[in-house]
Design a protein around this ligand. Structure first.
Ligand code: KE4
Length: 427
């Protein structure tokens, strides 16, 4: 394998750094926290990717979650290609956006009405604007370490790339806006109750990742989601489930199906585009009818409901409706459990968090239940693990504050090859 400095990836990264801030179009891809340069990907198929230097990688980032069927899924490719043959964008209604919307509602009945957008950030920022317009309140409660995209108010104590890069505060976000965001530790209903005791009449909504995925994976404690539901109902605030990661992944119907808690609004992204730029927000019809042109809360987008992305989303959801979630969950748990044991046998402290087809290896000896405990993980060890695994042909998330994702394309041979690589790592 070419050395890092002489490789085509290194040459691309040098060029990229001259045109793109940090050489990337999204910060976490820069691999800064894991102490190396990113590799540039030429192509991907199934569970694997190939770099511009010909390095083959078993992929556990899967584009940060969207590729649950695997990269370059045959059905998704066919649907997107056919749609593209008929034009890339109309800026006018098209049948596919109705079909995808109806399919989402069929799978997630709590989304009685919905609006397509082009990213998860657009979905969450629009849902919060709607919650503010509907309740006529301004404050929003989010959880330390949760990440809901890069809209101003969400960058307070955010996870994902903000946590990865240890960005303090919210440069560029005016204090009056940042101050409208209230915080509580994840899984801490007492702290949420305290915020409502102090600000209840001003809180428009709680926005929560029903399974936290941007501080690594943190499942909800028993009763946490049910408690948020009760608190919102009692105080007249809306409950927003940010299911950009969990939607169609932790169960076909998402976290709301898996945990039996129905939010007022749900935000989606990632999987519903099958790799194309799509987001969506939706929920109770009575609330959604406040969105223009029905109601006064404005939100718009040139490429919203894009026919190619809609076609890819329809093909993706239809593929998932025919997939065996229970089997993938069992295989992922067995794989992640063995990975943790391999690392413990090397003398490492490891906490494994797993749910469905998502896992995170935390190099710490404490249970990881919130942002504070996630921060006890040894990031230097994770960086060493990441670098050695990539050299051994395994692509893990380039941050300890992200998740590992399997897919329906990951074979038993892929998982075994990955565990064999982990056995070779020296920590
Ligand atoms: P996008 O705007 O990146 O499509 O979605 C924002 C978003 C919203 N909500 C949740 C729960 C999310 O996880 C995300 C985006 N996730 C990150 C990685 N965990 C995207 C990767 C990146 O920023 O490059």
């Amino acid at each position: 394998m070419p050395s890092q400095t002489s490789s085509k990836s290194a040459a691309y990264f040098k060029r990229a750094a001259n045109i793109l801030p940090g050489g990337v179009n999204s910060p976490v891809r820069a691999c800064k926290s894991v102490g190396c340069e990113p590799v540039f990907i030429e192509r991907a198929a199934g569970s694997r990717m190939w770099t511009v230097d010909g390095l083959e990688l078993i992929d556990y980032v899967m584009s940060w979650g969207p590729m649950l069927l695997g990269h370059a899924d045959k059905g998704v490719r066919a649907a997107a290609t056919t749609a593209l043959d008929n034009g890339a964008s109309f800026g006018a209604p098209c049948p596919a956006e109705v079909e995808l919307g109806e399919l989402i509602r069929q799978i997630m009945p709590g989304m009685e009405m919905l609006r397509m957008v082009s990213s998860g950030t657009e979905a969450t920022m629009s849902a919060v604007r709607l919650a503010r317009g509907y309740t006529k309140r301004d404050k929003v409660l989010k959880f330390d370490g949760c990440y809901h995209g890069h809209s101003d108010g969400f960058l307070v104590a955010a996870g994902s790339g903000v946590a990865t890069l240890c960005i303090p505060g919210t440069p560029g976000v005016p204090d009056p806006i940042a101050n409208l965001t209230l915080l509580a530790p994840y899984n801490d209903l007492g702290a949420v109750e305290a915020q409502f005791a102090a600000h209840g009449a001003d809180i428009a909504c709680i926005i929560v990742e029903p399974v936290a995925g941007n501080v690594g994976l943190i499942p909800p404690a028993p009763g946490f989601l049910e408690g948020l539901r009760e608190i919102c109902t009692k105080n007249g605030a809306l409950l927003i489930f940010d299911e950009v990661i969990t939607g169609f992944r932790v169960a076909l119907g998402g976290a709301q199906a898996r945990f039996g808690v129905t939010p007022d609004l749900t935000t989606l992204g990632k999987i519903i585009g099958g790799g194309f730029p799509v987001g969506c927000y939706g929920g109770k019809r009575e609330i959604m009818e406040h969105i223009a042109p029905c109601g006064p809360v404005y939100q718009a987008g040139t490429l919203s409901g894009n026919p190619v992305a809609m076609a890819a989303g329809i093909a993706t959801l239809k593929g998932l409706m025919a997939s065996d979630y229970a089997a993938l969950e069992a295989r992922t748990l067995a794989f992640a459990t063995e990975m943790a044991e391999i690392l413990r046998a090397k003398g490492q402290s490891v906490t494994l968090n797993h749910l469905a087809s998502i896992f995170t290896i935390f190099f710490t000896n404490v249970p990881v239940t919130d942002y504070e405990t996630a921060k006890t993980a040894n990031s230097a060890t994770y960086g060493e693990f990441y670098r050695q695994m990539r050299a051994l042909g395994v692509n893990l998330a380039p941050s300890g504050f992200e998740c590992g994702f399997t897919s329906f394309a990951h074979s038993d041979a892929d998982l075994k090859q990955t565990l064999d690589a982990a056995r070779k790592v020296k920590l």
